[in-house]
Design a protein around this ligand. Structure first.
Ligand code: BGC
Length: 243
């Protein structure tokens, strides 16, 4: 089945048609910058731009960078607070004229990785992390998703974890890979001790630089880069059902 997957991020909005049977992108992905301020109206206009680019009239799956409950967006750490308590599912369906599913972006990426990527056939406890503008997490127990985990907001050294160890912080503070890995390892160790996962899957912008930091990680759990790299969010959004 072909579904248009769209990944709304704090920095970019990316989309591509996806073959949900094998997780492959059917066309080259299309990206627009996230409008600032990232209000619902402005972001939804950008989503429509992506839909129009592909001349799409079928099903759409959207990943949103915050908690999603029953089609309502409930948090907005890296987008405009206007999203909090907003019926985004309704608004997206009206604006695109297409049937839409809406889920958290990291949950989407995790679903794709568990089906087609580094988490394939992996039982027990798996944590997917997307390291980008923020830090997103998805928790799987024997292949089942526990939706809307928000481990990127655990407090480390008095700060939101994503304000210490995201890709955005690495770039903005011009941290070396060594300095960033130290922060990231501290955060992973915290998660390791709380959840005792068997596998961490690392996605988002840093996944393509995995060899630059993986040798510095000291956690018990196995750590693997996302098999689908930065496309996991698009593929997973296309596979997901509204949370
Ligand atoms: C949000 C998460 C999201 C993550 C990655 C965090 O700030 O709270 O819901 O998954 O950023 O976009």
């Amino acid at each position: 089945m072909e579904v248009l997957g769209i990944d709304i991020g704090g920095t970019g909005i990316k989309g591509a048609p996806v073959d949900t049977l094998n997780g492959a992108l059917i066309a080259e992905r299309f990206r627009v910058l996230t409008p600032q301020p990232a209000t619902p109206g402005a972001v939804i206009r950008s989503v429509v731009e992506v839909v129009t680019h592909f001349n799409w009239h079928g099903e759409i799956g959207v990943g949103y960078p915050g908690v999603v409950k029953n089609g309502y967006t409930m948090t907005a750490a890296n987008v405009d607070p206007g999203w909090i308590g907003f019926n985004a599912l309704d608004a997206l369906q009206q604006a695109t004229g297409c049937p839409v599913s809406l889920v958290n972006d990291a949950d989407a990426a995790g679903l794709a990785e568990m089906r087609f990527g580094a988490g394939r056939n992996q039982p027990n406890v798996v944590i997917m992390l997307t390291i980008g503008t923020g830090i997103g997490t998805a928790l799987f127990v024997n292949g089942h998703l526990v939706p809307n985990t928000e481990m990127g907001h655990l407090i480390i050294r008095g700060k939101d974890a994503e304000h210490r160890a995201s890709e955005r912080v690495r770039v903005e503070k011009e941290l070396s890979w060594k300095a960033w890995s130290k922060r990231f390892n501290e955060y992973l160790t915290y998660l390791d001790n709380l959840f005792w996962p068997d596998l961490f899957i690392i996605g988002g912008g840093v996944s393509k630089h995995f060899e630059r930091f993986s040798h510095r990680l000291t956690v018990r759990a196995r750590v693997a880069p996302a098999g689908l790299m930065n496309d996991a969010g698009i593929v997973g959004a296309a596979m997901a059902r509204t949370a």
